[in-house]
Structure formats: C-alpha cells, structure tokens
Design a protein around this ligand. Structure first.
Ligand code: NAP
Length: 281
C-alpha cells in the first residue's frame, strides 16, 4: 500500500511555488500578495491563519492579515473587501471561515472580486469550474486532486465516488474528477447503500466529518482512497476513513493527519500565484 505523504507533496509544491515567485519577481518587479481577513478569536481559525501566513512568507509572497474583533459590523468588513479589491498589491483575498452569526457569509464571499477569490467560493468561480473554464479552485479539493494525480496520472474512465456534497469539498471535487474523464458518483447522507457505492470505486474521496465512516470492506482492492476528514475523538484526530482496515485493501491512502491537510495551504499559495498571473495578462 502506498501511504500518500501529503506533508512531502506539500513541501515539494511549496518549493516549486517559491521558484515560480522568484521568477515572477524578476519578470514583473513585484510579488503576488495574499490578504487574509480574520474575524474573532476562534483558536482553530487563528492557527490556520498563522500557518497560512508562515507558508506565504516561506514561498516569498507578500502576506498580510487583517484582524477584527467578533463584534465587527458586517459593513466594515464589506468596505475593507471593496478597498482590497481595488488594491493592486493584493492578488488574493481570503476571509477565514467560520464567521460570527451576525455576518452574512454569502454576502462576504460575493463581495470579493472573483479574480482575487483564492478560496474559489465566489459563484462566478463555482460556475466557471463546473463549465470547465479557468477559475480559482477550492484549496482542499485541489490538494486532493493533485495527490490523486501523483498516484495515477491518467484518470480517464476510472470510477470515482465522492462521499459528501459540500460546496467546500464534495461538489468541487466532483467537478475536478469529471474534468479528468472519471465516471463520478456523488454520495451524501441520503444515499441508500453507501458501502455498495464505494465498493464500485477505483477512487474514493471521503469528505463527510464522521470518524472512520469508510470501512475496510467498503473498499475495492487497489482503490485510491483520499481522506479529507478531520475529526476530534477521544483517541485523537482521525479521518473519515478507517485507516487500519482500509490500508489492508487500498492501493494508496492518505493518512490523517499528514495527508490532505498540508496540501490545502500549499494550494492556497498556488491559487494566489495563479490570480497574480491572470492579473498580469
Ligand atoms: P459538511 O459541509 O458538513 O458536509 C458533509 C457532507 O457529508 C454532506 O454533504 C453530508 O450530506 C455528507 N454526509 C453526512 N453524513 C453522511 C453519511 N452518513 N453518509 C454519506 N454522507 C454523509 O463538511 P465539509 O465542510 O465538506 O467537511 C468534511 C470533513 O472534511 C470534516 O471532517 C472537515 O473537518 C474536513 N475538512 C478538512 C479539510 C482539510 O484541509 N483536510 C478542509 C475542510 C474540511 P448532506 O449534504 O446530505 O447533509
């Protein structure tokens, strides 16, 4: 079984991006800039943002974090986004989710100029991705996609099952696999026989949020299994896939932690650079 090392893949991607940023700097005499807006003092969000800033600096991006207290008014955030939209030194804008209840998430997402939407959540980018046009691609599914391609460069005709249909993970993942000519089944909480669906799959991507949902006898021999889940349990952090059982069957499997997670941030940097390059065209 191939243990898909997301930490290593992310480090390799960051090294490639660092070189690319150096090239862009000498060509344009400026570097891509990422601005993150962080609202409130939720510890996981603070940790994510700190890691994003550290990784952005490491590859040579200009990075900035704008912090607001939990009580910030929605209009203040929307005005800041408007200002960032017209700031030429800002290539990518990310508003760290979740947001306090009094702030409308969709309004905030739609306020970001789609060409600076490094999360790929703006409806324009969602539509472009599903139409097969150039777009920002949500970072986690993009990371999953890059890991799958490392194991199997030609995905044409493969049967893929995506477990979970969130806008963040399942739906964009489906689009990426479709683009690679996979035959894709998207499953969710109302799917009748999830085990039977998974047993058909050459590729399984699990993004559910239920600890160890995907069991060993759900997985065809030689399947590639990507575990997006991050679930806190009494036994520590586990994924949506039962690692010990599935590792006996699968051809390749991502661990949790150390699989998809590290690729998510690396893909955010990649998206920032892509936004910069499109803005220079
Ligand atoms: P989400 O928005 O809660 O969506 C979960 C999806 O799973 C929904 O579509 C839901 O179906 C489906 N589902 C729930 N129970 C199911 C069941 N019994 N069988 C089949 N499908 C079921 O979650 P998310 O934001 O996509 O996150 C999923 C997991 O990924 C979480 O553990 C999260 O922490 C993790 N995550 C990891 C990363 C990373 O960087 N590695 C990034 C983001 C999220 P319905 O639509 O029918 O409700």
């Amino acid at each position: 079984m191939i243990l898909i090392d997301g930490k290593k893949a992310a480090a390799e991607l960051r090294a490639e991006l660092k070189e690319e940023v150096a090239g862009l700097k000498s060509k344009h005499n400026k570097v891509p800039g990422l601005t993150v807006i962080l609202i409130g003092d939720l510890t996981p969000s603070q940790i994510y943002v700190r890691n994003k800033e550290k990784s952005a600096n490491e590859v040579g991006l200009k990075s900035e974090v704008i912090k607001y207290p939990d009580s910030v008014e929605e209009k203040t955030v929307l005005e800041k986004i408007k200002e960032l939209n017209s700031d030429e030194t800002v290539s990518g804008i990310l508003v760290q989710l979740p947001l306090p209840k009094h702030i409308d998430k969709q309004k905030v997402i739609e306020a970001i100029n789609p060409s600076k939407d490094v999360d790929g959540f703006h409806p324009m980018n969602v539509g472009n991705l599903s139409s097969g046009y150039e777009s920002s691609i949500p970072c986690t599914p993009l990371g999953c996609y890059l890991l799958i391609k490392k194991i199997e460069p030609n995905l044409s005709g493969k049967k893929a099952v995506v477990v979970g249909r969130s806008n963040l993970n399942g739906k964009p993942m489906t689009q990426l696999l479709l683009k690679e000519n996979c035959t894709v089944t998207i499953t969710h909480s109302k799917t009748k026989d999830l085990k039977a669906e998974c047993l058909e799959a050459d590729i399984i991507v699990a993004a559910v949020g239920i600890p160890e949902l995907v069991r060993g006898d759900w997985v065809k021999k030689d399947a590639i299994v990507i575990d997006v889940g991050i679930n806190k349990t009494d036994n520590g952090i586990v994924g949506d896939v039962h690692f010990d059982e599935v590792s006996k069957n699968a051809k390749a499997l991502t661990p949790v932690p150390g699989g998809v997670g590290p690729m998510t941030i690396a893909c955010l940097l990649k998206n920032t650079i892509e936004c910069f390059k499109r803005s220079q065209k």
